[in-house]
Design a protein around this ligand. Structure first.
Ligand SMILES: [Zn+2]
Length: 51
């Protein structure tokens, strides 16, 4: 059965930040762009991308 696995993937795309647990549309974008499931605020605070 692959249903459980697919469901887990959907759960990963719930837009909830792993750091602050807040829901933000930027979470999925950051997950795709950086591989980190975090919102834009946490991304800035963690400084994943050096400016
Ligand atoms: Zn966050």
């Amino acid at each position: 059965m692959n249903i459980d696995k697919d469901f887990d993937v959907l759960k990963e795309l719930d837009d909830v930040c792993d750091e602050c647990k807040k829901e933000d549309e930027s979470v999925t974008q950051n997950l795709i762009l950086t591989g980190f499931k975090i919102c834009k605020s946490c991304r800035v605070s963690k400084t994943i991308f050096p400016v």
